[in-house]
Write a protein that binds this ligand. Sequence first.
Ligand SMILES: Cc1cc2nc3c(=O)[nH]c(=O)nc-3n(C[C@H](O)[C@H](O)[C@H](O)COP(=O)(O)OP(=O)(O)OC[C@H]3O[C@@H](n4cnc5c(N)ncnc54)[C@H](O)[C@@H]3O)c2cc1C
Length: 413
Amino acid sequence: MTTTEPNRLLVLGGGTAGTMVANRLHRRLPGWQITVVDKSDIHDYQPGYLFLPFGTYTPAQVRRSRHAFIGDGVELVLGEIDRVDAEKQAVFLQDGRTLDYDYLVIATGTTPRPDQTPGMLGPEWHKSVGEFYTYDGAVALAEQLANWRGGRLVIHITELPFKCPVAPLEFTFLAHDFLVKRGLRDVTELVFVTPLDGAFTKPVAAKHLGTALAERSIDVETDFMIESVDQERRVITSYDEREIAYDQLVTIPLNMGADFVGRSGLGDELNYVPVDKHTMQSTEHATIFALGDAGNLPTSKAGSVAHFSVEVFVENFLELVSGRPMTHSFDGHANCFVESGGGKALLLDFNYDTEPLTGTFPLPRVGPMTLLKESRANHLGKLAFRHIYWNALLPGRPLGLPSDMTMAGKNVE
Ligand SMILES: Cc1cc2nc3c(=O)[nH]c(=O)nc-3n(C[C@H](O)[C@H](O)[C@H](O)COP(=O)(O)OP(=O)(O)OC[C@H]3O[C@@H](n4cnc5c(N)ncnc54)[C@H](O)[C@@H]3O)c2cc1C
C-alpha cells in the first residue's frame, strides 16, 4: 500500500463499541494505522453497575484497565476530545494535540446528565437522590440501600432515549427482592415513575413487564415528564404539576451524547450523530460513522446493539476501503436480559421491525433461554455475560450469535 492511499482509522471512544471495532479491524486490515482515543484508562463493565447497589458484585468486578483490551498494534491515546473538524478530517484534543484521519468512528457513547434537570444536582446528589448509571453513583447507592429502614423508594426515568432501557425495571425488581430478603418490603412503598404510558416501549413486552410489576405490588406512575427535583421537600414535580414524594429517589437522568459532538456540528439536539440506520454512516459525512450509543439508531442503546452493529460495520468497512459498495445491512437487532429477582430473568430479542415476542432463544423449543418469560437459565446467561464481555467480546472474538435477528423459536401471537 502506498502512503497516499487512505489507511488511517481514528476511533473516538474506547468503550464497548470502540474497543470491539478497533480489535476486529486491526486483524482484518494489516498496514492500517488504527488509533483509539479515550479520556481515561478505566474501562467499566456498565451492566455490572446494576448489581453494585445490592452487593451482588463488588466494585472491583466491573472495572479494568483499558490498556488490557486494546490489542497490540492499535494505538491508545488518552485525552479529552474537544472537537472534530469534518472538512479538514482532524480531531482536536483539549490538551492541544491534533489527530488527522482518513476515516472516523465516533463511539463516545451516551452519558447521564443530571445537570439538565433543575434541582437534581445539589447537596443530596448521590445521597437521597441516587442513581446507578455511573460507577460512583452505583457505589454510593449501595451505601444508601445498606442503611435503608423503610419509606418511599421511587425509581424514576427522566426521558427517552437512555441506555439499557430495561435497567430501571431490573433495578425495581431487584430492589423488591432485596427488601423482601431483609424483611423491609412491608415497610417500603416501591414506585416506578416513567414518562412512557406503560412499563416499556414495546406493547407485548410492556404487557408482560407491567404484569410482573403488579404481581410485586409495585405502583406505576405513567406519563410523568419531570420538571424539577426539590431536594429539601423530597418531591419530584412534573410539567403537569403532579408531585411525587420520595425518601430515596433512584433516577435515570437525561442521557446525552458527548458535548464535543454538538460543538463540532455533528449532532442532533441531544448530541447523537444522525446516521443511516442500516450502515451507521453519518448522513452528512461519508468518512464518518457512529457506532454504539453515540449514533441515533432507532433501536435500544445497548451493548448488544453495539456488538451486532459493529459486526455489520466491519464487513461494510472492508468493502468500502477496497472500493466496493457496502452490501451489509444492520437490522436493529437488540438482545436484552431483564433481571426479575429471585435468581431469574426474562429475555427480550427484537429489531427495527419485530417487537419482543415470546418463545425460546437461541434454539427453537430447546432454548435454553426463554423469551419474555422468567427463567433461571436467563439469569445465568446474564451473569455469564460479564466473563464473555471481558474475555471474548472486547478482544473481538466471535460469539457464534448471528448479528441479524432470527424468527426461529419465536411465537407469533
Ligand atoms: C446500569 C447499566 C446497565 C446496562 N445493562 C446492559 C445490559 O444488560 N445489556 C446491554 O446490552 N447493555 C447494557 N448497558 C448499556 C451498555 O453498557 C452500553 O450500551 C454500551 O456500553 C455502549 O457502548 P459504547 O461503546 O457506545 O459506549 P461506552 O461503552 O459508554 O463508551 C464510550 C467511551 O467514550 C469515552 N468518551 C466519551 N466522551 C469522550 C470525550 N469527550 N473524550 C474522550 N473520550 C470520551 C468514554 O470515556 C467511554 O469510554 C447498560 C448500561 C448501564 C449504565
